[in-house]
Design a protein around this ligand. Structure first.
Ligand code: PMP
Length: 405
C-alpha cells in the first residue's frame, strides 16, 4: 500500500532491503509530509496569531486548518477541544498538572493499568506525590487482558480520574476501553484515553467513545516529531486551569491580575509548532485519501499474519496470543534447552539482516516485570508494510534463532 510514497523505505541497511517493523516507536513520513515542512520554511514561515502582516496570516490560517483536520480525524465536536502539545508525553503531563491542580486533593485516587507506558504512569505518580493522593492499578488476567472485574472494585468515591491505554504499546492488544469508560462514568469518574497506539490504527470517534480526554502523537501517524494532541471535552477544558503560563495563553496581563485566553489557546503557552501542525495536517489528508478503514483492515490482516507465522516457530512465546491486536506483536524466543534468548541479541541479529524491530522494556517496565522477562522483541506494522515484509522478517528470525542456539 503506497510504499513508494515513503522515500526512506527504499534504502538498504547492511546491504539488505530495509524491512521496517518498528512503527509503534515511530512511523516513516510520506513525501507530502516532508515537502510540507520544506514548503512552510521556504514560503510562509512567520509567527502565528496577532500578526497583521501577510505571512503571519498565512501561517495562522494553515495552523488553524490543521487543528480542524485533527478535530475531524477524531470526530471531536469542535476544534476548540484540540490542544497542540509536543507529544503524548507532554499531553499527559499537561493534563496531570492542570487536572491535578484543580481536581485532586489529599486522599483522592487515580487509576491506571498494569500495562501502561511510563508516560501514562509517571506524571500521575508525580501528581499523587504532590497531592498526597494514591495511584491504583488495574491488574491483568492470565491472558494479559485488563481485569475489568477488578477495575469495578477499584472504582470508589475517592476516584478522580482513570487513565488507560486504548492499545498496549508492548502487547498490541486493544483494551476494552468502551467498557472502562462506561464503568467509570457510572461512578461519575472521567476517563483519559492514551491513544498513542490506537489513533494510528483504528478509526477514532471521541464522541461515540465518550472519553473525556484523548492524547496521541503525530509522529506515530506519519506526521512530524515534536507534535502531539490533547483532546478534552469542552466542558472539562472550560473548568480546568492552564498548565503553563506565557505568551499566547493570556487575554490580558498585569502585575495585579492576568486573565486567560479562550479555548484552546488557554492551554497553548508560547509559540506553537505551526510547521509541525501543518505537516501533520498533510499526514491526515494522506491517510484519509487512502481511507482510515482500509488502513485499519490492512494492518489488522498483517498483524494477524505476523502472529500466525510466529506461532509456527518452535520455542517461541507470543504474548497475549489470540487477543485482538492493532499493529504490534511482542514475543520472546527460547533455546532448545529452555533458556530465554535475550531479546537484545535477537534484535541485533535481525538488524544485521536489514530488519528493524524494537527490543527491551518498551517504556513499560511494570508490565515487563509482571511478565518476568528482561524485555520482549516487538514487531509493529504500518500502512506501507506488506506480507513480503513479514516473510522477510520470519526468514531473518529463523536464521537469528539458529545462530543463537
Ligand atoms: N503512550 C503509549 C501507549 C506509547 O506507545 C507512547 C510512545 N511509545 C507514549 C505514550 C509516549 O509517546 P511520545 O514519546 O510520542 O510522547
Amino acid at each position: 500500500m503506497n510504499r513508494e510514497d515513503f522515500p526512506i523505505l527504499s534504502q538498504q541497511v547492511h546491504n539488505r532491503a530495509l524491512v521496517y517493523l518498528d512503527n509503534a516507536a515511530t512511523t516513516q513520513k510520506p513525501q507530502v509530509v516532508i515537502d510540507a515542512i520544506a514548503e512552510a520554511y521556504s514560503h510562509w514561515n512567520a509567527n502565528v496569531h496577532r500578526g497583521v502582516h501577510h505571512l503571519s496570516q498565512v501561517a495562522t490560517q494553515k495552523h488553524e486548518e490543521a487543528r480542524e483536520k485533527v478535530a475531524q480525524l477524531i470526530h471531536a465536536q469542535s476544534s476548540e477541544e484540540i490542544i497542540f502539545t509536543k507529544g503524548t508525553t507532554d499531553s499527559l503531563n499537561m493534563l496531570a498538572r492542570s487536572f491535578g491542580d484543580a481536581m485532586l486533593h489529599e486522599g483522592d485516587e487515580i487509576i491506571v493499568s498494569q500495562l501502561e507506558h511510563h508516560s501514562n504512569i509517571v506524571p500521575w505518580q508525580m501528581l499523587c506525590e504532590r497531592k498526597k493522593a494514591t495511584l491504583r492499578v488495574i491488574p491483568l488476567r492470565e491472558d494479559l487482558s485488563l481485569d475489568t472485574e477488578a477495575f469495578k472494585g477499584l472504582l470508589s468515591d475517592k476516584t478522580r480520574l482513570v487513565s488507560v491505554a486504548h492499545v498496549s504499546n508492548v502487547l498490541g492488544i486493544v483494551n476494552p476501553i468502551e467498557e472502562i469508560i462506561r464503568l467509570a462514568h457510572e461512578k461519575g469518574v472521567p476517563v483519559c484515553v492514551d491513544g498513542a497506539q490506537s489513533v494510528p490504527h483504528l478509526v477514532m470517534d471521541v464522541q461515540q467513545l465518550d472519553c473525556d480526554f484523548l492524547v496521541f502523537s503525530a509522529h506515530k501517524m506519519y506526521g512530524p516529531t515534536g507534535l502531539g494532541i490533547l483532546y478534552g471535552k469542552k466542558e472539562w477544558l472550560d473548568q480546568l486551569p492552564p498548565a503553563e503560563g506565557g505568551g499566547e495563553m493570556i487575554e490580558h496581563v498585569s502585575f495585579e491580575k492576568t486573565t486567560y485566553n479562550v479555548l484552546p489557546y488557554k492551554f497553548e503557552a508560547g509559540t506553537p509548532n505551526y510547521v509541525g501542525s501543518h505537516a501533520f495536517g498533510k499526514a491526515i489528508d494522506y491517510v484519509q485519501e487512502i481511507g482510515l478503514e482500509q488502513i485499519a483492515e490492512h494492518e489488522h490482516e498483517l498483524a494477524k499474519y505476523l502472529e500466525a507465522q510466529l506461532a509456527l516457530l518452535p520455542n517461541l512465546r507470543v504474548y497475549a496470543a489470540g487477543l485482538p491486536k492493532a499493529g504490534a506483536v511482542s514475543f520472546n524466543v527460547y533455546r532448545e534447552d529452555g533458556v530465554l534468548i535475550h531479546p537484545f541479541d535477537v534484535g541485533v541479529l535481525l538488524d544485521r539482516q536489514g530488519v528493524a524491530v524494537r527490543t527491551g522494556h518498551h517504556c513499560a517496565e511494570p508490565l515487563i516485570e509482571y511478565l518476568q522477562v528482561p524485555g520482549t522483541v516487538r514487531a509493529s506494522v504500518a500502512l506501507y508494510n506488506t506480507p513480503e515484509d513479514i516473510d522477510a522478517f520470519i526468514a531473518a528470525l529463523k536464521k537469528a534463532i539458529m545462530m543463537l542456539q
